[in-house]
Ligand binder design. Structure first.
Ligand SMILES: Cc1ncc(COP(=O)(O)O)c(C=O)c1O
Length: 449
């Protein structure tokens, strides 16, 4: 239905046409039904503005950080970052200019505290972490190979490694514990091991385990012990360990205890039981709110993988002038560390608590988060049936009320009744979005009462 509205034809009709014109591969890509990008397009076609378009859609579904727009604009407009050089007119080192790699090595050393020095040849820069995932899948997996990831998860993971490289993502399902004292959505190394063994017994080739840390959508920050245990499992089974650390520096404190901001332990900071099969991803889209720059980074000590990614970079490079601007930003220690990252964390914490407080006042159950741009909350008490269809019905009602949030089933949540809401937008927009959510939930509360 959505596709017919947007494109004037249904996906089914188009699938038939594309199969005649395109390769099988091309037809798969042309028809990929990707919820997150579809609704981003839909929300962007009618964006809310308090004065010029008050009935527009408030996008609390797409993970963008708008909290530091002003500080970023001021810094980038200073002459050094977006300055012009004739060298930008020519070919360059597609996998990362020397200037950017040096800046990245310094930045990662300050904030990811690597256990071993990172060499410039252990870094490749591509056009976004999305692109890094596609490239890693291309480099590590043959079609049909399995990548395991804990779910719920940022849904494009499934698309990014499957669309072109043909790897298949299979979930390690994290469950909500109902009526239990144990914590919900708990990740355990023994469950990963059991999943790998079960899939191998089914004859599947398990190639990689992919972890989003800090977690999207749960907002969890994992302990060094758990990370070590997970890496040990992967090493024992010769499975690649991919740590997507795109939210590494978007960690915030609990207001009551400002010192309660949990420390971030990058996989880079821990000993690697299998260095050849351990790879870390980071980028500018989230921690720096610069999704438009399309900067994603792979850090790995696997020389063969790096050689493959450097070759692939010719198809997936970020413009040289963006390398330059990024390098200037990341190597400005005073601005990055003392101003930007500190302020960003304070603002994220404030926005999280604001969203959480309002949702709890509506009667929603909110899972505690310490990182990321999102709140993961349960709407089960507002549902007449415990099903993904009912969850989608609530999503449709919210869209009609003018607010887009992501239903948990679209993030591969196994238990219906969860929603991911992005809080890192302007305060006015967040409040209006929450007001719209409240109006929908209120009506449902009256109905279910
Ligand atoms: C966990 C995770 N990885 C990767 C991405 C994509 O990042 P990029 O903009 O660098 O492609 C996102 C975006 O939401 C994300 O949440």
């Amino acid at each position: 239905m959505f596709r017919r509205d947007q494109m004037g034809e249904s996906a089914g009709e188009r699938r038939q046409d594309t199969a005649l014109v395109l390769s099988r591969r091309g037809a798969v890509t042309a028809n990929y039904e990707d919820f997150l990008t579809q609704y981003l397009t839909c929300a962007s076609a009618n964006p809310y503005h308090p004065v010029t378009n008050p009935k527009g859609i408030i996008n609390l579904g797409t993970a963008v950080n708008r909290l530091m727009e002003e500080e970023l604009s001021v810094r980038l407009r200073r002459g050094d970052a977006l300055s012009y050089s004739p060298s930008f007119q020519h070919y360059y080192d597609f996998g990362g200019s020397r200037e950017l790699k040096v800046a990245l090595v310094g930045f990662l050393e300050r904030h990811f505290r690597p256990a071993k020095d990172i060499g410039e040849d252990e870094i490749v820069v591509l056009n976004g972490v999305t692109s890094c995932l596609d490239a890693l899948s291309h480099a590590l997996c043959d079609p049909g190979d399995v990548i395991i990831t804990p779910t719920p998860v940022y849904a494009r993971m499934f698309t990014d490694v499957h669309d072109r490289a043909g790897a298949e993502v299979l979930p390690l399902v994290l469950r909500q514990e109902v009526n239990s004292s144990s914590e919900s959505f708990l990740l355990r190394a023994e469950d990963l091991e059991a999943r790998i063994e079960a899939l191998r017994q089914e004859g599947r080739r398990v190639r990689a385990f992919m972890l989003v840390h800090p977690n999207n959508p749960l907002g969890d920050v994992y302990s060094p012990q758990l990370l070590t245990d997970l890496m040990d499992v992967c090493a024992r089974h010769e499975v690649h360990f991919i740590s997507d650390e795109i939210y590494a520096l978007s960690i915030f404190a609990d207001e009551d205890e400002p010192s309660s901001r949990p420390p971030f332990h990058s996989v880079l900071s821990l000993p690697h039981p299998d260095p050849e099969r351990t790879h870390v991803l980071w980028g500018l889209s989230k921690d720096f709110g610069l999704a438009g720059f399309r900067v994603g980074v792979v850090v790995s000590r696997c020389a063969e993988l790096m050689a493959c990614l450097r070759a692939v970079a010719i198809y997936k490079c970020t413009p040289h002038l963006v390398h330059h601007a990024s390098a200037v930003l990341l190597s400005d220690t005073a601005w990055c560390d003392d101003l930007y990252l500190r302020l960003n964390s304070e603002r994220l914490g404030r926005a999280y608590r604001r969203a959480r407080g309002r949702l709890e006042a509506m009667g929603a159950r909110v899972r505690e988060a310490r990182a990321g741009l999102f709140v993961w909350f349960s709407i089960r008490d507002f549902m007449e049936a415990d099903s993904a269809e009912e969850e989608m019905e609530i999503h449709a009602q919210l869209m009609r009320a003018g607010v887009y949030v992501v239903p948990g089933s679209k993030l591969y949540g196994a238990d219906p009744g969860w929603i991911r809401l992005i809080f890192s937008v302007g305060e006015e927009e967040l409040d209006e979005g929450l007001r719209r959510i409240e109006s929908v939930l209120d009506k449902r509360r009256k109905k279910t009462a």
